[in-house]
Design a protein around this ligand. Structure first.
Ligand code: ATP
Ligand code: MG
Length: 787
């Protein structure tokens, strides 16, 4: 045994290898960007499986994005020679959370086919609740409350546990009532929101130790990537799953993370999952081969408890404190720092050799992040500094249009000269509004691109309408969907009719569709709306009956035809109508990959990463937040201007922490590049429709001279002279800023202007982003069903 190590271990350095082979006991890998943390996790899974320590189904592996989960799955397959069965428990926190919740939905008062609300539905629902409390929804905006809810849930707080101050801060002190009402309403809609995908499982684990014990028996190995960005709820969830003793420790003495005892233990005799066969393979392959679990640990290092107790759960987390970029959404970098307290006896492994980037990129990134005070501090080195490696480039432009044009040209140039695939290039923006300029430009140029991390396609109006129809068919209690389309296309069902319908439904405690069915048999509506409504509900009845036995793509098409929805756009004379019809077709096309309408709905409700045309060669456009963990040959970093990056809010806060998080984001951005990093800043930028003059980001001043080239501008306005590094210090970039035709003002003035324009108000019209920062896309809310 062991004379020849398996291929998958061959290329690893000694520290990486230790991280892979220390399978038993808690392990923390704390290391900088590009040092192979993710690779270690992948190899570790391959190792565990190939040595028979566990079945793939006994491994819980949490990645930060769906894309990462898919990549990991592919790589494990490659390492094991393509022989790996599915990894059913490899995914994001949310995707695993939803899977667990579907198994035990009854325990929190849901049915297993519950819907997951998107932001839009959620806002509408909250608005109704606010109005129902007789509060002015202008003064108390639903969006604000949605953000509060999100923050509470990120901290694992149920209504009873939210801080008094928070409860008082909203709706004349009705914060807590609203939270409760919201949860009740969700239950009656058989729905949950993203936060619930972790909150409900946590509540279930706490109230039903036998359910939790099932998972303890199941998950022999737990692995977590990007551990520095876990929030409190994710942390509690993990600890419950990873520690047999967690029920006591996780519920004791942590103040804000107290358990929510209002439910109390319930009988789970009818737990449908208890004997579904999925849990029957509790012995690992090695144990199964040997008949019964041996006592002690054998020479392969398998941990088997001597007292005949089940083997322990082995957790391995990897992360980098310098890449903690979700503090604004409740991530707690402390989780990584207290790992060995939570998991006593933890082996901590550090990796220092970077395999990804050139010496210049590492030098630039390390120097920049060195400006942060709150860090553990790490060294990174590369073994292959090459004198031919290009330095990190800094480019100046006049405005965002020019930035997009120049970057587009640079991309074409690389493609031509260097034989670079578009897939090897990415544009990483600070705020998602920056994307549109690139999209428009690339469409004009005929340059393939894909937007990653935003549900752009599925957010379009016609898509949302169509989806609402499908939701009603699959989930007749989905009132929000029904409301959306009951009078779309226009059928003459006015507000008055809808109100009557609402009253009727509320009085009887039934969903709107059910109410409509009953109501059309009464005299409560005037004949005309009554007949119209009857036609609508008859349609829905018919479609629901077709659902089980009709191919879902055909049914979907039929629904759009028969409802008059397609026709509505066919008759529409506006310029967008043809595009919308095209999108509807695309929607049906994209459904083909899914088994059924419900599974497709789930996919759309949850997957932020649409990734159509995954095979096509295309430049990726995404936010810096979504780029975590990824790598590209060439990375473009546009928009390095004060107020945009670092973004205004972090500056307004005054304190250090916001700015340091921005700097970590810059570090993440630079370290995505393998060979080339090209940074841009412009003198004028349009933000929320208004032109602003800007000043270069302070982060530019924090780049080390030795690793950076300031490019001569070859742009239409000409004449940007490289300030040169002689002027190292705050005014180094003023040469470019001064091109702003004499409009140059002091930084304070500019910031004030930016603030006035609402620049600092991330969020408006930026779907997905939430919490302290509406700009960044909602990447961690990822669920993926094809994974
Ligand atoms: P990040 O912090 O950005 O998530 P990471 O620490 O997870 O980075 P990986 O993505 O795992 O780093 O690895 C970075 C790159 O280095 C990948 O292309 C990976 O394949 C490569 N790499 C890692 N370890 C080795 C090794 N021992 N030999 C060769 N290449 C390696
Ligand atoms: Mg990684």
């Amino acid at each position: 045994r062991g004379s020849q190590s398996p291929d998958y271990l061959a290329g690893l350095n000694p520290e990486q290898r230790a991280a892979v082979e220390t399978t038993e006991g808690p392990v923390l890998v704390l290391a900088g960007a590009g040092t192979g943390k993710t690779r270690v996790l992948t190899t570790r899974i391959a190792h565990i499986v190939s040595t028979g320590r566990a079945w793939p189904s006994q491994i819980l592996a949490v990645t930060f994005t769906n894309k990462a989960a898919r990549e990991m799955k592919t790589r494990i397959g490659l390492l094991l020679g393509g022989q790996v069965e599915g990894m059913p428990w490899l995914g994001t926190f949310h995707s695993i959370g939803v899977k667990i919740l579907r198994r035990h939905a009854e325990l929190v008062g849901l049915k297993s086919n519950f819907t997951i609300l998107d932001t839009d539905d959620q806002i509408r629902l909250i608005k109704q609740l606010i109005q129902a409390e007789n509060l002015d929804d202008k003064r108390w905006p639903a969006r604000t409350f949605a953000n509060m809810l999100d923050a509470w849930k990120n901290k694992g707080l149920e209504p009873a546990n939210i801080p008094e101050g928070d409860a008082r801060a909203f709706g004349n002190g009705k914060g807590r009532e609203l939270y409760k009402a919201y949860q009740d309403r969700l239950k009656s809609l058989n729905a949950c929101d993203f936060g619930d995908l972790l909150m409900h499982p946590i509540a279930i684990f706490r109230a039903h130790p036998d359910v939790l014990a099932d998972y303890h028996r199941r998950f022999r190995y737990i692995l977590v990537d990007e551990y520095q960005d876990t929030n409190v709820a994710q942390y509690l969830w993990l600890r419950l799953l990873a520690q047999r003793s967690a029920l006591q420790t996780a519920t004791g003495g942590e103040g804000e993370t107290d358990p929510f005892d209002d439910t109390g233990p319930r009988a789970i005799d009818d737990d449908p999952d208890a004997h579904d066969g999925m849990w029957d393979d509790e012995a690992s392959p090695a144990e199964a081969a040997e008949g019964s679990p041996p006592a002690g640990s054998d020479d392969a290092g398998r941990a088997v408890d001597r007292k005949g107790q089940p083997p322990r759960i082995n957790i391995c987390c990897v992360g980098d404190d310098d890449q903690s970029i979700y503090g604004w959404r409740g991530a707690e970098v402390d989780n990584i720092l207290r790992f060995d307290k939570d998991f006593p006896g933890a082996t901590v492994i550090r990796l220092e050799r970077n395999y990804r980037s050139t010496g210049h990129i590492l030098g630039a990134a390390s120097h920049l992040i060195g400006h942060n005070e709150d860090r553990l501090g790490k060294t990174l080195f590369t073994d292959h500094p090459d004198p031919d490696d290009p330095k990190v480039e800094v480019n100046a432009g006049w405005d965002s249009e020019e930035e997009a044009r120049a970057i587009g040209e640079a991309i074409e140039d690389l493609q031509r000269r260097e034989d670079h695939d578009l897939n090897d290039m990415a544009i990483l923006v600070r705020a998602s509004f920056q994307m549109r300029t690139f999209e428009d430009r690339f469409v004009t140029m005929g340059l393939n691109y894909r937007v990653i991390g935003g549900p752009r396609f599925y957010e379009r109006m016609e898509i949302r309408d169509a989806m609402a129809y499908f939701r009603c068919v699959c989930q007749p209690a989905d009132d929000l969907a029904f409301e959306r389309i009951v009078n779309t296309p226009k059928r003459g069902l006015g507000d008055a009719t809808i109100r009557l319908l609402h009253d009727y439904a509320r009085a009887r405690g039934v969903p709107l569709i059910a109410a409509a069915m009953q109501m059309v048999e009464t005299e409560e509506l005037k004949p005309k709306p009554r007949n119209t409504l009857r036609r609508v509900v008859t349609d829905f009845l018919r479609w629901s009956e077709l659902l089980p036995n009709t191919k879902h793509t055909e049914l979907a098409e039929q629904i759009l035809e028969e409802s008059g929805y397609t026709e509505m756009w066919q008759n529409d004379r506006s310029a967008e109508a043809p595009g919308r019809l095209e999108n509807l077709k695309e929607l049906i096309r994209s459904m083909e990959e899914y088994e059924s309408l419900p599974s497709f709905l789930e996919h759309v409700a949850l997957v932020m990463d649409t990734e159509q045309n995954a095979e096509m060669d295309a430049v990726s456009i995404m936010t810096l937040h979504s780029a975590k963990g990824l790598e590209f040959e060439t990375v473009f970093l546009p928009g390095w201007e004060e107020g945009l990056f670092p973004h205004q809010r972090s500056l307004d806060e005054g304190g250090r922490s916001g700015l340091e998080e921005e700097r970590r984001l810059a570090y993440v951005g630079i370290t995505r590049g393998k060979r080339r990093v090209k940074i841009w800043f412009v003198s004028n930028r349009r933000i929320h429709g208004l032109w602003q003059s800007t000043i270069p980001s302070r982060f530019l001043d924090e780049l080390p001279e030795a690793h950076v080239d300031v490019m001569e501008a070859n742009t239409s306005y000409g004449g940007y002279g490289a300030g040169g590094f002689g002027a190292y210090g705050s005014s180094r970039w003023d040469g470019a800023a001064a091109f702003n035709e004499g409009a140059y003002k002091t930084p304070g003035w500019r910031r004030a202007q930016a603030a006035k324009a609402g620049f600092a108000e991330g969020g408006a019209g930026q779907p997905g982003g939430r919490g302290g920062d509406g700009w960044s896309g909602g990447r961690s809310r990822e669920i993926d069903y094809d994974a």
